[in-house]
Design a binder for this molecule. Structure first.
Ligand code: ATP
Ligand code: MG
Length: 566
């Protein structure tokens, strides 16, 4: 696993290339990038890396970045995905101003480009079936074979291509291919397909077209039409670069420079829209924005901030070699950000009733609580304290294990913001033996924050006043996959075999402090001792629902410490 260093390097190989191009005045010193998602799913954290890179570079160099939907495959693309992608990029904090484009905007222009290549003798209509084309293609060690249609006349090619467009033929009857080199060592250069017949309705162009350009033909030409200078993409397109360059050279049009970088891989995470789609469609998760999903919308619902995701993307940087980043690093960034901004409150996830026998029956005290010790500007609030409270079931043990600083019969602990209490008596269910109530005494001389704060005890517990607490549901999450690499499976199996079937735990009888009444979806809190939580949109007037964004324990800090100590 790659361990990124702590120092954020201001530059990287891509920024170096661009800096050099500016120096030599290539593209008249302009920098213009684009983010080109295919609208066939929701964006994931890998896309966030690409978004931060493309928009970030444009900003740093005083340039522009376009958003372009690469919508050349009508069978897999949907308007729902377009909308989610737009919302996600905005949420991440990036702006394409008036430069929102679609590859489908260029279908007429791309058709013209194809005709130009036919006229130059650089493209031909092939009648081989898709299977035959694959078979003629050869392998890495064997050259391909030329199609018998390769030397059709320009006139015949123009006529057939026109009729393909007019809808005369069935799907798969013909394709348009570039005429390059069937013996090239690079399989992408063996007369790649440029257009295929597809009688399918497109989400934007409707039924206007029944032929659609392939990614390879559409992408570079779209970049060129938009005046892109640096076309940044992931490493799997490195072998496509000669083809990217070939089309632009043959057409003799503006020629952007393609630069490849290593995609983001995250431990215990799948970053492939196809596989994420499988998780959604097969019901392993509750939709694309399930808080366990590594999608931008999943992270948003989980309580992540755009700042944390951007900081993470900046920290991991870009490289030319594939590697896997520990998901603990991403969690480290969200903790760091929420530590600064989240109000500290008290919530009890598994309530145990606690009665303070020597506390006046009808008395309620308003105790002062600091909202965020990291930020005095966030102020204080009042927390009601009374005779009957709830504490966390886990905070009582009988008999207490070694080094137990919480409650047990006869033991003392401090209640956060309140008093030191002592456990005097335990009430058990007669049948099951389960502990159902604790009876305690409190020491009025030990009130927190008062000068004579009195004795010290080691353990401090969170609590809520039973009469004032609000009911809540809390959803706790674990990683979706059990293995570091979810694709590490035996033969005949796939990533689904590594799914963690206990990745969601729903607690429905939680109690949260009264200041959370009316909390709006998206509000973020630190529940004292329990982690960071965010109000879920499933909340209604009658019921608050929280997602745990992340626990408090920073495993990344431990990893770094271990590294420092060798
Ligand atoms: P997936 O494999 O998840 O379907 P994709 O590459 O097919 O991803 P696109 O919509 O085509 O998805 O990607 C848009 C842009 O995001 C491309 O430039 C692509 O290179 C980049 N991208 C996709 N996945 C990652 C990743 N894991 N890390 C960095 N960039 C990525
Ligand atoms: Mg793709």
């Amino acid at each position: 696993m790659k361990i990124p260093t702590n120092s954020v390097s201001p530059s990287d190989f891509i920024r170096d290339i661009i800096g050099e191009d500016i120096k030599t005045n290539k593209y008249d010193g302009r920098v213009h990038t684009r983010f080109p998602p295919e609208p066939n799913g929701y964006l994931h954290i890998g896309h966030a890396k690409s978004i931060c890179l493309n928009f970030g570079i444009a900003k740093e160099f005083g340039g522009l970045c376009n958003l372009r939907f690469d919508d050349t495959n009508p069978t897999k693309e949907q308007a729902e995905f377009v909308e989610s992608i737009i919302g996600d990029i905005r949420w991440l904090g990036f702006d394409w101003e008036d430069r929102l484009f679609y590859a489908s905007d260029y279908f007429d222009k791309l058709y013209e480009f194809a005709v130009q290549l036919i006229k130059k003798g650089k493209a031909y209509v092939d009648s081989l079936t898709p299977d035959e084309i694959r078979e003629h293609r050869g392998t890495l060690t064997e050259p391909g074979r030329e199609s018998p249609c390769r030397n059709r006349s320009v006139e015949e090619n123009l006529d057939l291509f026109e009729r393909m467009r007019a809808g005369e033929f069935e799907d798969g009857a013909y394709v348009l291919r570039a005429k390059i080199d069937m013996s090239s060592a690079n399989l992408n250069m063996r007369d790649p397909v440029m257009y295929r017949i597809l009688h399918a309705t497109h989400h934007r162009t409707g039924d206007k077209w029944c032929i659609y350009p392939t990614y390879d033909f559409a992408h570079g030409q779209s970049d060129s039409i938009e005046g892109i200078t640096h076309s940044i993409c992931t490493l799997e397109f490195e072998d496509h670069r000669p083809l990217y360059d070939w089309f632009l050279d043959q057409l003799d049009i503006h020629h952007p420079r393609q630069i490849e970088f290593a995609r983001l891989n995250l431990s215990r995470t799948i970053l492939s829209k196809r596989k994420l789609r499988q998780l959604v469609e097969e019901g392993y998760v509750n939709g694309w924005d399930d808080p366990r999903m590594p999608t931008i919308s999943g992270f948003r619902r989980r309580g992540y901030t755009p700042e944390a995701i951007r900081d993470f993307c900046e920290r991991i940087g870009v490289a030319k070699n594939e590697s896997t980043i520990d998901i603990a690093l991403l969690e480290h960034y969200i903790r760091q950000d929420l530590n600064k901004r989240a109000t500290r409150v008290m919530a009890v996830l598994r309530p145990l009733r606690l009665v303070i026998d020597n506390y006046p029956e009808d008395s309620v005290e308003e105790l002062v609580a600091i909202n965020n010790p990291e930020d005095a500007g966030m102020g204080t609030r009042k927390v009601p304290f009374s005779r009957v409270l709830y504490i966390e079931r886990d905070d009582f043990r009988e008999p207490p294990p070694k080094k137990w600083f919480r409650l047990a019969p006869g033991r003392e602990a401090r209640l956060k913001h309140a008093y030191i209490i002592k456990c005097e008596r335990v009430v058990r269910d007669e049948k099951t033996g389960e502990v159902i109530e604790l009876h305690c005494s409190y020491d009025p001389e030990t009130k927190s924050g008062e000068a004579k704060a009195g004795r010290k005890v080691k353990g401090t517990l969170h609590w809520v006043s039973a009469a004032h607490a609000i009911d809540a549901e809390v959803r706790l999450y674990d990683h979706l996959f059990l293995k570091e690499n979810p694709d590490d499976v035996g033969e005949g199996s796939d990533f689904r075999a590594n799914l963690n079937l206990h990745s969601l735990e729903t607690l429905t009888a939680c109690k949260v402090e009264s200041s959370l009444a009316g909390a709006k979806p998206g509000s973020r809190y630190q529940f004292f001792r329990l982690g960071y939580f965010c109000v879920d949109p499933d909340s209604s007037d009658g019921k608050l629902v929280f997602n745990r964004t992340v626990s408090l324990r920073d495993t990344w800090a431990k990893i770094e410490e271990a590294l420092r100590n060798g």
